[in-house]
Design a binder for this molecule. Structure first.
Ligand SMILES: NC(=O)c1ccc[n+]([C@@H]2O[C@H](COP(=O)([O-])OP(=O)(O)OC[C@H]3O[C@@H](n4cnc5c(N)ncnc54)[C@H](OP(=O)(O)O)[C@@H]3O)[C@@H](O)[C@H]2O)c1
Length: 324
């Protein structure tokens, strides 16, 4: 099979599409023919070893000291089950699924294996592979943080970085949960964020939300320029700060601040339950995929370039198989 292989940390050009052995499913494994995947901000961070301040050593130990431990990147796929191991009972060839191997990556490939009881869920009939995969990265992140931060109906939430993969899903999920949503993005994306359901949208080039006197029950930072110490006066009493991105100093400080919510790998809803929830929301139209661009697999380097720009709108989808 073909896979996008990244054997050293560096710019988009370190990624090369080439032949590698096709994986074989274990007895409890499911082999998925990949139709669509994404290059997301997590993939680009790993490829470039571009991590928040103070975390480089920890990330090298986690991801590979001198080169990526898992040279085929990619967090998620949408595809068709091609074969199953002898002990698999829940899936069969032909099923349409989304799946992830979490931090074992491996999704930038024509085929991928996932454990039957791992992060895999069926795609509803009314969702295309592209739409299904575009819901995954931002959707599971929003689910994870809203769950940890206990976002409740009737609360107010400000989402900084509302037009990226995480932000577009967070706006929609927060509205679905019954919150009053304020999105923050650049002027070019104001209308999009409003169309996703945001009640208010702030153009960060025209207004600093930390100086407008408003207070919110929850503030989510998806960009990294709104740390707790900058936004704490914009939190209502009992408010929570969702630190989707933050450096080592912020993480250490967070352990002393009750209001700060961060997530470890064990909290991630990149799980079967998380994907089932997202596919249900997508199927019933409560969450819509937001796709920045669609790039053929052979040009996956272009997808990495687009993600590196830091201003994609929603997800960059990479089409792999014939139905992608
Ligand atoms: N902790 C976790 O578990 C977890 C999970 C997923 C992602 N993340 C991290 O979350 C971050 C967001 O991921 P993503 O995939 O959504 O990234 P993305 O798609 O690249 O989106 C970036 C967002 O940042 C906005 N932005 C850029 N400059 C800004 C500024 N000065 N002020 C406010 N917003 C600004 C962009 O809006 P405009 O284009 O309108 O400027 C866009 O909405 C990444 O750093 C990623 O690594 C963490």
């Amino acid at each position: 099979m073909k896979a996008a292989v990244c054997e050293r940390y560096g710019p988009p050009e370190v990624v090369q599409v080439r032949e590698v052995p096709t994986p074989v499913p274990a007895d409890d494994g499911v082999l998925v023919e990949v139709m669509a995947t994404t290059v997301n901000s997590g993939d680009a961070r790993v490829r470039a070893l571009r991590v928040p301040r103070g975390l480089k050593l920890a990330m090298r130990l986690r991801l590979g000291v001198t080169e990526p431990k898992h040279p085929i990147l990619g967090f998620e796929v949408a595809g068709r089950v091609e074969a199953v191991g002898a002990a698999v009972t829940r899936f069969q060839p032909g099923d349409r699924v989304v799946a992830s191997r979490g931090f074992d990556f491996g999704c930038h490939a024509e085929q991928v294996t996932v454990a039957e009881h791992g992060a895999i869920a069926r795609i509803p009939e009314n969702l295309t592979y592209r739409d299904a995969v575009a819901l995954c990265f931002g959707g599971t992140t929003a689910l994870t943080f809203f769950d940890l931060g206990k976002l409740a109906e009737g609360e107010t939430i400000l989402i900084n970085g509302a037009s990226g993969a995480v932000g577009t899903m967070a706006v929609q999920l927060a509205k679905h949960l019954g919150a009053e949503v304020t999105g923050v993005c650049s002027g070019a994306n104001v209308e999009l964020v409003r169309s996703l359901g945001a009640d208010h949208v702030i153009d960060y080039t025209a207004e600093d939300f930390t100086r407008n006197g408003q207070r919110y029950d929850v503030i989510m930072d998806n960009h990294g320029n709104a740390p707790y110490k900058r936004v704490r006066d914009s939190l209502a009493p009992g408010g929570r700060f969702l630190m989707v991105i933050g450096g080592l100093g912020q993480m250490i400080a967070a352990t002393r601040q009750k209001a700060v919510v961060s997530a470890g790998e064990g909290d991630s809803q990149m799980t079967a339950d998380g994907y089932r929830a997202l596919m249900a929301l997508g199927g019933e139209g409560a969450m819509k995929a937001v796709i920045d661009s669609v790039v053929p697999f052979a040009q996956i380097v272009e997808a990495h370039r687009r993600v590196d720009g830091g201003h994609k709108v929603g997800s960059v989808v990479v089409t792999v198989g014939p139905d992608g």
